[in-house]
Design a protein around this ligand. Structure first.
Ligand SMILES: NC(=O)c1ccc[n+]([C@@H]2O[C@H](COP(=O)([O-])OP(=O)(O)OC[C@H]3O[C@@H](n4cnc5c(N)ncnc54)[C@H](OP(=O)(O)O)[C@@H]3O)[C@@H](O)[C@H]2O)c1
Length: 378
């Protein structure tokens, strides 16, 4: 048996209520699967959605009557299932969260993200990292960067690999581009800012607190906009305040030296999408992977067609992109942004903070690691 933080269908709601500590049988790795002893687990927004049962209950997908969330982990391979040859017990790993069938044409020639059986591990499937052991497909394993502690290694995968695919592959950012980054002090945003700096693009970072202003400056933002200075919509009716949208656009231009952004990095959704489509430059790209503030988006399509802008949806990353991005961490070119570490017994607390937007960067829960600072070998 193992200790695990478990969500059940009958108690969906705020994470501090939905996630409860239970004893669960340790799963057996099947063919192509690996059992990993979890040392630390990263906190992500998908566990907030899973706890709340929003926008749909995850139990519709998993086929289980309990759910162990946690789509980021660092740990040690405990056992491998039949057919696994590249990994063995004792290997130190981090885990990417894309699962696919491994057999179809998409998995073998196109992009596993297009596989009809593609799932985000520990959201659309079970056996995540808020437990002493987790079960994953062997292709999800990546080498743990040796210089990182367990908690730093567990902190970056899901959001960093998502930001990597969005900016490097989908939007194709290049040196000199101006990139408007919403939520720049959050999980995705802190990596978007670093990726821009790495390729020589200018990140125009949007944040809403003084500590995030300081953080994104340190990460290499070319300019910072405090969104508290703009009322883009009426807080009661949600109606656009177009003069404020235009004033925001002027602030972006002031930050870039007079031009509109080539790329807008979107994941906020309802509260920002109208503005994103409006401020993006002609022939520019809005790349979107989420909708924290609501998924029914509205925008004035005239600004899209007359100015020939593109909207690109993006979802996590394939294994190749995860390996490329992980290599940049191993080389020290991109750094984890770890703000707080919690003991295993307090796992719901950081999820509640995340739901209330009371956090900065990434938060991690220690699982097998007994204290912070362990696990770095070089
Ligand atoms: N599809 C995928 O593969 C994928 C992967 C990762 C994440 N996501 C989704 O992307 C979203 C963000 O994830 P995350 O890990 O970056 O979350 P996060 O750490 O909570 O960061 C989100 C940021 O959004 C900003 N924000 C919140 N409400 C806002 C509003 N009304 N207007 C403008 N900005 C607002 C906040 O920044 P300020 O308050 O400082 O402005 C916050 O820091 C989540 O919905 C998540 O589920 C999707």
């Amino acid at each position: 048996m193992m200790r695990a933080w478990v969500i059940r269908p009958e108690r969906l709601g705020d994470p501090e209520h939905a996630m409860q500590l239970e004893q669960i049988e340790v799963p057996e790795p099947g063919p192509g699967e690996v059992l990993v002893r979890v040392m630390a687990a990263g906190v992500n927004y998908n566990a907030v959605w899973a706890s709340m049962g929003l926008p749909v209950s995850i139990f519709r997908y998993t086929g289980y009557d309990f759910h162990i969330a946690g789509s980021d982990a660092s740990g040690i391979v405990e056992r491998v299932g039949p057919g696994v040859t590249r990994w063995e017990p004792g290997d130190e790993v981090v885990i990417h969260c894309n699962q696919s069938c491994g057999e179809c044409a998409e998995c073998n020639g196109l992009d596993p993200m297009a596989c009809t059986q593609q799932k985000i591990w520990a959201y659309e499937s079970n056996w995540g990292s808020f437990a002493e052991y987790c079960k994953v497909q062997a292709q999800q394993l990546l080498p743990k960067p040796p210089q990182l502690t367990w908690e730093a290694a567990a902190s970056y995968g899901l959001t960093y690999f998502t930001a990597y695919r969005m900016l490097i592959d989908q939007a194709g950012i290049k040196a000199g581009d101006n990139v408007l980054v919403w939520g720049a002090g959050g999980g995705l945003g802190t990596f978007a800012v670093q990726l821009c700096a790495l390729v020589g693009a200018n990140a125009i970072a949007v944040v809403s607190s003084d500590d995030k202003v300081e953080l994104v400056g340190e990460l290499g933002a070319a300019a910072i906009i405090d969104r508290r200075e703009f009322a883009l919509s009426d807080p009661d009716t949600g109606e656009r305040i177009f003069d404020e949208v235009k004033r925001f656009g002027k602030a972006v231009r002031a930050a870039t030296g007079g031009v509109d952004p080539d790329v807008v990095f979107e994941h906020v959704g309802a509260a920002t999408f109208y503005t994103s489509v409006f401020v993006c430059k002609p022939f520019g790209t809005i790349v979107i992977c989420g909708a924290t503030s609501g998924f029914n988006l509205d925008f004035d399509v005239r600004y899209l067609w007359m100015r020939q802008k593109r909207i690109i949806g993006s979802h996590f990353a394939n294994a190749y992109q995860c390996h490329r991005a992980n290599q940049l961490i191993i080389e020290g070119k991109i750094k984890p942004v770890l703000s707080r570490v919690f003991p295993f017994d307090e796992c719901p607390a950081p999820h509640q903070l995340m739901k209330e937007n009371q956090h900065v960067g990434k938060m991690v829960v220690l699982v097998g690691a007994e204290a912070e600072g362990q696990g770095a070998s070089t």
